[in-house]
Ligand binder design. Structure first.
Ligand code: GLN
Length: 394
């Protein structure tokens, strides 16, 4: 996980490690039978009509490049859904860029906005990609802490983080790994700060449909005059259980969209065409699909949280996403890696060590993250396996 032992490797790449989230999936694969609650992808398929749509698309020209910034029918579908669900106005010809997942949308946005030395405000714990995104683009991260256990932030700290060097605010709501859903009041505070300091917000809203207990997702672009300074990122991966399709997008003011299109063009040319075409079918699913998604995910959340609490692992039901950040201080392990490896060896459950979500690893050394985007049977099996944590090893 340290430096790559070859002087030919660039300093840029030496400056960040492998993804711990993806590494835990590989470690899980080395332990057959392990339940992978590490990387956030479902163990079930997208709805059958979407699989059929992919098959059709492959037979209807979906094997060639699409227009760089996205197939026009997909851009129209994204624009329509963003208006209906988020209240975001967009012109598919001017405001939209379709990318290879939200991952590329974030990297392309950072490359399009950052000059070396610019600062990026990032709430922490954060989704680990934002670290390398900052490194590669040349941004200096400035972290603002979301505090365990309810993940509030101190308004004075966030105000203090804004300064003349601040170029972007990276926001992820609903938030990975905490499950926090930023409230309208919190977003209003951030919007005012971005406006006063001429800062662009890049918001990753990929978990927008996974909001529980009657909560509501609010897009920062719809707060005040933020539309003119917000890049809203989303994708098919989580909402349609299609993480391998690699279809994401950014909605941005025309000049920023033009810049992101340039970066995207030379990174990947286009997102996979057949999956873009299937995305048109996905985005046309009726409202009942999203209601059902919300209901089933809330039930999955409750199943996992109950099992974790029964096992003595401290956690609160997250307000959104499909992650649960936990604190295992009740157990006598040295750090998060030791506990995560014990969970694999003793219980056959893979998780993500909490340190990978913090700029200072010590802040996450009593934490591990679990996902619950899994079948009920997988979560029931997890609950059974967690019982072993308390029983003496045999
Ligand atoms: N967002 C997912 C997670 O946090 C992983 C996404 C990815 O691996 N590209 O687990």
């Amino acid at each position: 996980m340290g430096k790559i032992d070859d002087p030919r490797v660039s300093e840029r790449v030496q400056a960040f490690p492998e993804s711990v989230i993806r590494e835990m999936t590989r470690i899980a694969a080395l332990h057959p039978g392990t339940v992978n609650l590490a990387q956030g992808f479902p163990d079930f398929d997208p709805p059958p009509e979407l699989i059929e749509a992919v098959k059709r698309a492959v037979h209807q020209g979906g094997s060639q490049y699409s227009i760089t910034w996205g197939d026009p029918t997909l851009r129209a579908a994204i624009s329509r859904k963003a208006k209906e669900f988020n209240g975001i106005e967009s012109d598919p010809e001017k405001n939209l860029v379709v990318t290879c997942g939200a991952t590329e949308a974030m990297m392309a946005s950072m490359l399009s906005l950052i000059n070396p030395g610019d600062e990026a405000i990032i709430f922490e714990p954060f989704y680990e990609n934002y670290g390398p995104d900052a490194r590669v683009s040349g941004a200096r991260p400035r972290h603002v802490r979301l505090e365990w256990p309810d993940w509030r932030f101190d308004p004075e700290t966030v105000k203090g983080a804004f300064n003349p060097k601040t170029k972007v605010l990276i926001l992820n709501t609903p938030n990975n790994p905490t499950g926090k859903v930023f409230t309208r009041d919190e977003l209003k505070l951030l919007a005012d700060l971005c406006t006063d300091h001429d800062v662009v917000a890049i918001t990753d809203e990929i978990y927008e449909h996974m909001v529980y207990d009657g909560g509501r997702h609010v897009s920062l672009a719809t707060v005040g005059s933020m539309a003119e300074r917000t890049v809203t990122i989303n994708g098919l991966s989580k909402t349609y259980a299609a993480t391998g399709w690699r279809v994401g997008w950014a909605i941005a003011p025309p000049t920023l969209a033009a810049a992101i299109r340039r970066a995207h063009d030379f990174l990947t040319v286009c997102a996979p065409t057949a999956f873009q075409l299937a995305g048109v079918v996905a985005l046309a699913l009726p409202p009942a699909y999203y209601d059902e998604l919300q209901r089933t995910y809330q039930a999955k959340r409750d199943r996992l949280v109950k099992a974790l609490q029964a096992a003595g692992i401290d956690c609160r039901p997250p307000g959104g996403t499909y992650y649960v950040m936990t604190d295992f201080s009740a157990f006598p392990f040295k750090d998060d890696w030791e506990f995560a490896m014990h969970l694999i060896d003793r219980c056959g459950i893979a998780t993500v060590p909490g340190s990978s979500f913090y700029s200072d690893p010590r802040s996450g050394r009593r934490k591990v993250r679990f996902v619950f985007c899994k079948r009920e049977s997988t979560l029931d099996e997890t609950a059974r396996r967690l019982e072993k944590l308390r029983s003496p090893a045999t």
